[in-house]
Design a protein around this ligand. Structure first.
Ligand code: Z5A
Length: 211
């Protein structure tokens, strides 16, 4: 049997990393033992290099990164990951838990940076075709809470330095997509980690019953 691709999305500090372990634990309880984790951009040698270029300010401190350049690097990283890691894993029957995927580009580069959604959609179709996650868990927090949590970690990266308005646009896009796409489930990530874990268990259990 083929594996499934479950993606976790949300603003920074929403708890995606922490939640990926909760998702894996729930899957194991339901008999799924072959699991790998991915993160985007990243999770292949080339995609990790692109990740550094996208995130690190010092690499490009004297050169502005054009929004299209950022978008194209993200899709370059994504297709490397899909073809070299995710698709082979799914074919072997391994489940993949992804920390971010295509929805991030639609939210950050589309809604945040203002690149047309039509252009992103055409790029996506051309590069990754119809490949899509089986389930997306969107962890919802407000931009204020997100910024509070990431500031506690110290220096902000290039994207984290964006304004509250930028992250509000990103969040609003996620919330719109939750309403229109039944494969995206929203989890309240402002609650305690214990409560979030309970919600993740419940949503996953319900979804697994439909598979
Ligand atoms: N990006 C993009 O623009 N377009 C794209 O297509 C893609 C990505 C794929 C990836 O950076 C950046 O790339 C991201 C979007 C952009 N940039 N921004 N800004 P990343 O991978 O470094 O960042 P991230 O994906 O947002 O992950 P993160 O910052 O590490 O956040 P997280 O994984 O969601 O959170 P966490 O590490 O699990 O938790 C963060 C902290 O919050 C930690 O101290 C926890 O203990 C705390 N936490 C978590 N949950 C709770 C609750 N419930 N209560 C209290 N405290 C909590």
């Amino acid at each position: 049997m083929k594996g499934k691709f479950i993606v976790i999305e949300g603003l920074e500090g929403a708890g995606k990393t922490t939640s990926s372990h909760t998702v894996a634990a729930t899957l194991r309880k339901h008999g799924v033992h072959k699991i790998i984790y991915t993160r985007e951009p990243g999770s292949t040698p080339l995609a990790e290099k692109l990740r550094q270029l996208i995130k690190k300010t010092e690499v490009t401190k004297n050169e502005k990164i054009i929004h299209y350049t950022e978008l194209l690097m993200l899709y370059a990283a994504r297709i490397q990951l899909i073809e070299n890691v995710i698709k082979p894993a799914l074919t072997r029957g391994t489940w993949v838990i992804g920390d971010r995927h295509d929805l991030s580009s639609q939210a950050y580069q589309g809604e945040g940076r203002g690149i047309s959604h039509d252009f992103i959609y055409r790029l996506k179709k051309e590069v990754i075709g119809n490949f899509t996650p089986d389930l997306t868990l969107y962890l919802d927090i407000t931009p204020r809470i997100s910024l509070q949590r990431i500031k506690k970690r110290g220096q902000l990266d290039r994207i984290e330095e964006e304004s509250l308005h930028f992250f509000t646009c990103v969040r609003n896009y996620y919330l719109t997509m939750v309403k229109t796409n039944h494969r995206i489930k929203k989890i309240d990530a402002t609650q305690s980690q214990n409560k979030m874990t309970e919600d993740l268990h419940r949503v996953l259990k319900e979804w697994l019953q439909t598979q």
